[in-house]
Design a binder for this molecule. Structure first.
Ligand code: HEC
Length: 97
């Protein structure tokens, strides 16, 4: 019985740690996305395109695609991580899929 209890405690603690790690990773992704967006993405439109009535992005997949399409217009090289971070940031802040 004691062993079972210990086992349960250990796995609960482990999953707590992994959710902390996940939250931290998300926070880093968000911050990186926010900074990258701030630096590059306000040239043609402001953030109001993400909140307007007629916004056309309707899914997380479409959001990633659109971020990619828009950054290709910038003519600068981005790592996949940058694109992923910006899509994550836009989703957390505006789209909430
Ligand atoms: C070269 C100009 C240009 C740049 C730079 C640009 N965009 Fe765009 N973006 C557009 C245009 C044009 C649209 C479509 C606007 C419309 O339909 O009225 C758009 C639309 C979008 C949408 C869809 C909005 C909706 O309706 O849901 C997203 C998301 C987006 N851009 C993200 C980004 C991100 C992220 C960056 C930075 C990498 C970026 N854009 C930089 C031109 C640009």
């Amino acid at each position: 019985m004691k062993k079972l209890f210990l086992l349960i405690c250990t796995s609960a603690t482990l999953s707590l740690f992994s959710s902390f790690a996940q939250a931290e990773k998300n926070a880093e992704l968000y911050q990186h996305g926010e900074e990258t967006h701030e630096a590059h993405c306000n040239k043609c439109h402001t953030s109001s395109v993400y909140t307007r009535e007629t916004r056309f992005v309707k899914s997380m997949e479409a959001l990633s695609k659109q971020v990619r399409r828009c950054k290709d217009n910038l003519g600068i090289a981005w790592f996949d991580e940058d694109t992923e971070a910006v899509a994550h940031f836009l989703n957390e802040k505006y789209y909430k899929f």
